[in-house]
Design a protein around this ligand. Structure first.
Ligand code: AHR
Length: 527
């Protein structure tokens, strides 16, 4: 064979190899460099960004949390033991309740006193079903105590009154000297509870009363003024935000706050942002039957959270440069079509590896924006929307979303370490997204945790990391992944997607190198 023929053969194989790699990128890993500034840790990641949301909606409260003391399902004073045990494991810091849209139709006095005497209620927000009000204020506070979570109450501004909301605060938090404290004692609770997080209405642009920003700014001030602190309880009052991209709403509230110096200042603790990663509300798609195109659009929608946080924060910065007011992302998550055969008003959906990846994306964003994001609540706790827990009468399963929350507990109240990642993007159909997202923190014992998420469902990702100001000697980790992007846990197969020990990370000089499997969430510990 002469050299020309040899050259032709070589060129043929090289070209064929490149074509195969381009058509099937699963064969090559994407490559990334990561810098972690261990010398620049100034902000604490509030554990409250790992909060949850429980609404009187479908099977969230009734069946998911509350089964009643007479139930054969193991319970403590009517609250499911399996659910509380699972929630304790992920160290749920706060639970937002009773809604959502339901909150602005909820009259708390109907949910206290002997349960058999409580008036029933038609849930006009979710399915026009009758509920018996058996899960009310005392049951919610008991639930929080059993879980070890702080209560986050959303008050009714839409159909309620200032008096009604102010009396709820008294009932919960005042020790003596008013009729509400006496009523609480009569209902069996001698000592007041502690309640910090208190929202004044929910989505007041919509189901919370269809208000304009100006109108709501005035209402917020009025309600806020009359919600008092009793004893050493100090309320952290949260204003309703507008639609996700409504920056004018944010500006209106912040401007009023800054103008009412001495009156409204100090009355506003946080400002709410709600964002569901939905591309088309008319065609949301299935939670478990989807193509790579839907994977890509779902992931790309979830990534929009960062821009929302940045842009709302920029508006807030104008009035509050010291970042005293928190951005409270008190509803976030994926919203799909309900599971076939279930009530469309109950919002029951399954939960796949795609949800695990978008959970990691969001939690990385909240960690990295810890200076402004002080609380966040995934929607919702059990059996509704992107739920970490699903129940079926006496059975319970943990979803991929749950496992990410469990893996990320290492970041609770840790010091954020700024991290920058650069590298190849995830390409699909001519569109591109970041390949890997990351956040890092140092805990109080000095261990560093790095959470990495490979968004590409086809290609592994190699990450070469350098620390500034740290030289850890050991690395260990856990990974959540599966062979199919639609993988999910079912009652028949509850452990299809669960965290596993991860061994593909190596210590390097002042850093580490790691290969992330496609579509995976990895949390590393470095010491
Ligand atoms: O989480 C479901 C609903 O979504 C909530 O009730 C409402 O606040 C939001 O629109």
């Amino acid at each position: 064979m002469n050299s020309h023929v040899l050259r032709c053969i070589a060129v043929f194989f090289l070209t064929a190899g490149l074509l195969i790699a381009a058509e099937d990128p699963g064969k090559t890993a994407s490559s990334h460099t990561l810098t972690i500034h261990a010398d620049r840790g100034t902000h604490t990641i509030s554990r409250h960004i790992y909060g949850h949301f429980a609404e009187h909606l479908g099977g969230c409260i009734y069946g998911g949390v509350w089964v009643g003391p007479e139930s054969s399902i193991p319970n403590t004073r009517g609250i499911r033991n399996d659910v509380t045990a699972a929630l304790r494991k992920i160290k749920v810091p706060n639970i937002r309740w009773p809604g959502g849209c339901f909150a602005d139709d909820y009259h708390w006095k109907d949910g206290i006193g002997p349960r058999e005497q409580r008036p029933p209620l038609i849930n006009t927000s979710w399915g026009v079903v009758v509920e018996n009000n058996h899960f009310g204020t005392h049951e919610f506070m008991d639930f929080c105590e059993q879980v070890g979570a702080e209560p986050f109450i959303c008050g009714n501004i839409g159909s309620g009154t200032v008096k009604e909301m102010a009396e709820w605060v008294q009932y919960l938090t005042s020790d003596h000297g008013n009729a509400m404290a006496e009523l609480r004692k009569k209902n069996g609770r001698e000592k007041p509870w502690k309640v910090k997080y208190w929202a004044i209405g929910n989505e007041t642009w919509g189901c919370g009363g269809i208000m304009s920003a100006d109108h709501y700014a005035n209402e917020f001030a009025r309600y806020s003024f009359f919600l008092k602190n009793y004893g050493d309880n100090s309320l952290y009052k949260i204003a309703s935000g507008g639609l996700p991209q409504d920056y004018v709403w944010t500006e209106t509230i912040m401007e009023k706050w800054s103008r009412t110096d001495g009156w409204l200042q100090g009355f506003l603790g946080g400002f709410s942002l709600h964002f569901y990663a939905v591309t088309d509300w008319g065609k949301k798609g299935s939670a478990t039957k989807f193509t790579e195109n839907e994977w890509f659009t779902g992931i790309s929608k979830a990534l929009e959270m960062d821009q929302l946080v940045v842009r709302h924060s920029a508006v807030m910065d104008k009035y509050d440069p010291q970042k005293k007011i928190g951005l409270i992302v008190d509803e976030w998550g994926n919203w799909y079509d309900v599971e076939p055969g279930t009530n469309s008003a109950f919002l029951y959906q399954q939960n796949s590896l795609r949800d695990a990846v978008t959970t990691a994306i969001n939690l990385n964003i909240f960690n990295n924006r810890a200076e402004r994001v002080k609380v966040a609540n995934i929607a919702q706790l059990v059996n509704v929307l992107q739920a970490p827990i699903l129940t079926d009468t006496e059975k319970m399963i943990l979803t991929p979303t749950y496992h990410v929350f469990e893996m990320y507990t290492v970041h609770h109240d840790a010091t954020l370490l700024p991290a920058e990642i650069k590298g190849e993007e995830y390409s699909f159909g001519g569109r591109k997204l970041p390949g890997v997202t990351v956040s890092a923190s140092r805990d109080q014992a000095g261990a560093i945790h790095v959470s990495l998420c490979n968004l590409d469902p086809n290609r592994p990702a190699t990450v070469s990391a350098q620390f500034r100001g740290a030289s850890p000697k050991t690395v260990s980790g856990r990974v959540l992944t599966a062979s199919e992007m639609t993988a999910h846990n079912t009652f028949a197969n509850p452990n299809a997607v669960t965290p596993q020990r991860f061994t593909d990370a190596r210590i390097a000089k002042d850093g580490f190198s790691v290969t992330l499997p496609p579509k995976s969430v990895v949390v590393l510990q470095l010491k």
